[in-house]
Design a protein around this ligand. Structure first.
Ligand code: ACO
Length: 380
């Protein structure tokens, strides 16, 4: 008798959200001493999206999550766990995941942020899959979201040209067929912590007038060292996760790499002896969206019909920490009949409106209550 396949997570919904505002290389050339030609030739990036007023990591993450729930036709109240990978949370506390949980009306879900820089989404996917494999959870929402525009120094040409804002999300469920996670790897090397970091605003260097004056709340990077790290770890991760998943490199149909730099991806493809055409690329339009880059690329690859049933897809990230993570998936979602999808959509929208109204009412209640207390204290 054939051995039963161990329980594993499978992507059943996906979504993305990027800000409207497009910032081109020429726009950047008007701000700092750079040029379209330099940025394109060194990175492969032409444009990136930048969050506007009212847009935050949580609002982008919420919209990406709603799109993923829509694709799966799932009820937010059935979600067990929400993992938000980000290094640009709305606040140091509470977590962005809790803001997303509230905005979705996902009243039965646990929610937590995780920070693994640009590897964060793949870390989250691995952990979401493990939560399902353990039998503890059935429906896990994994989101990668960052608003790097809020932490880059717009006067530093060596970093501000690289990054963009956005969010991507997937919904994981236990696989009942051939699809799902085949193998994963996680890695970290904290010895490289200083190569990519925001020095101030944490417990080591709390916010002060001095830290702001020294521009220590902005991201700093040793580009050359990060480049060296990335060109080593990306091909190594691809090889390792393929081997762990029982796949030869020529059995991988698509690699969805972290979209940091075209040259890093081309070097990795060459070192793995794989054609660059099998690496899905969209960094030209979005730049490096940090934890959002892998799920946004996955989402676009699916929406453009690049990924077909039965394909082996490899997701791989690397970034601040230093960290790296990879997961191999077989793409074989079971065809589900979404009966009454319009009714479910209507109910989801009702739930989102209710969640919004509840938050406003709670805010109103809290502020009115505080004013009332102050007023009674004054009149005593
Ligand atoms: N426009 C014009 N000139 C520039 C710019 C710019 N935007 N930025 C730097 N330069 C200059 C430098 O000042 C330097 O001039 P100099 O020779 O007179 O000193 C020259 O260009 C070359 O600089 P390098 O840093 O050597 O340029 P390099 O070819 O290494 O490219 C880059 C820089 C694109 C940043 C590259 O090092 C890189 O991609 N590194 C990896 C970055 C990365 O992927 N980071 C994200 C990691 S993921 C995460 O967790 C966020």
């Amino acid at each position: 008798m054939a051995e039963a396949r161990p329980r594993c997570g499978e992507v059943v919904g996906w979504g993305m959200s990027v800000p409207e505002r497009v910032l081109s290389n020429d726009d950047l050339a008007a701000m700092v001493d750079t040029s379209d030609q330099w940025i394109r030739s060194r990175t492969g990036i032409s444009t990136r999206r930048v969050a506007g007023a009212g847009e935050t990591t949580a609002t982008l993450a919420t919209q990406a999550a709603r799109n993923a729930l829509e694709v799966a036709d799932a009820d937010p109240r059935d979600v067990d766990l929400i993992l938000v990978a980000t290094s640009t949370p709305d606040h140091p506390m509470p977590s962005t995941a809790c803001l997303v949980q509230n905005a979705l009306g996902a009243i039965h879900a646990g929610a937590v942020d995780l920070n693994a820089g640009c590897s964060g989404f793949v870390y989250g996917l691995v952990m979401g899959h493990q939560a399902i494999a353990s039998g503890e959870h059935d429906l896990v929402l994994v989101i990668g979201a960052d608003t790097m525009s809020r932490v880059v120094d717009w006067g530093d040409r060596s970093t501000c040209v690289l990054f963009g804002d956005g969010a991507g999300a997937v919904l994981l469920r236990p696989s009942h067929g051939d699809g799902g996670v085949l193998g994963t790897i996680l890695g970290a090397d904290g010895a490289g912590a200083e190569l990519l970091r925001i020095p101030a605003g944490g417990s080591a260097l709390p916010a002060s007038g001095e830290t702001v004056a020294k521009r220590q709340h902005f991201l700093g990077m040793d580009g050359r060292q990060v480049y060296r790290f990335a060109t080593r770890v990306l091909p190594e991760s691809i090889r390792q996760v393929a081997a762990k998943s029982g796949l030869a490199l020529d059995e991988i149909d698509w690699v969805i790499p972290h979209q940091a730099n075209m040259r890093i991806i081309e070097t990795a493809a060459k070192r793995c002896k794989m054609p660059t055409e099998r690496f899905y690329l969209n960094l030209e339009r979005f730049g490096n969206t940090s934890a959002a880059s892998v799920p946004i690329a996955l989402c676009e690859a699916l929406e453009q019909g690049c990924i077909q049933d039965g394909d082996n897809v490899l997701l791989v990230g690397f970034g601040a920490g230093l960290t790296w993570a990879a997961a191999a998936l077989r793409w074989a979602p079971e065809a589900e009949e979404h009966r009454g999808a319009w009714l479910h959509r209507w109910l989801r929208n009702l739930l989102y409106s209710w969640a919004r109204a509840r938050t406003r009412l709670r805010h109103l209640y809290n502020t009115t209550f505080v004013r009332l207390i102050r007023w009674t204290q004054r009149s005593e």
